[in-house]
Design a protein around this ligand. Sequence first.
Ligand code: NI
Length: 194
Amino acid sequence: MRRARIDPAFTTPYIAKTMAIREIIKIPDKRLRLKSEPVQKIDAGIKKLVDDMFETMYAAPGIGLAAIQLGVAKRVVTMDLSKKEEDHKPQVFINPEIIWASEERAKYEEGCLSIPEYYEEVERPAEVKVKYLDLDGKSHEIKAKGLLATCLQHEIDHTNGVLFIDYLSKLKRDRVVKKFTKAAKESAMKKEEA
Ligand code: NI
């Protein structure tokens, strides 16, 4: 997920040598519609994926990322909702699952790194309970509200092939998909010409 208003504090990524910025796939890439597979074993490959997800997310800049946005269909989510770079608070959610959602709903203006520069208000449950594993394979349950609740729902949707534009009217959704489809075709043509 992306913050609606870009905070300059997010624009400087923090970098470790082993990390790599990977390409974030954009709509209409069909992979974004895949249902991701649960992680069976948290091995070196998963840890490397998480490192790369953080690096890519901070560089974007974004506040949340799902592995499928890097083309990896695994149920892994990274997030950092901290406001300032000095108090970065990276959070990892392996196999996250919503186990409860409030009746009360809240609206938040959402954006997505796979749908750049597009923001719309989305209404979702105001509070959720999420079960997940940490990088050590330990199981946790958290109750979230506010931005954390919204971001968790947005990212867990990604692991199920759902995008925030799915909650908009058909008219709005068709318009944005059409725009990105056209842009993808144009960039493919440019690549061919080069
Ligand atoms: Ni997103």
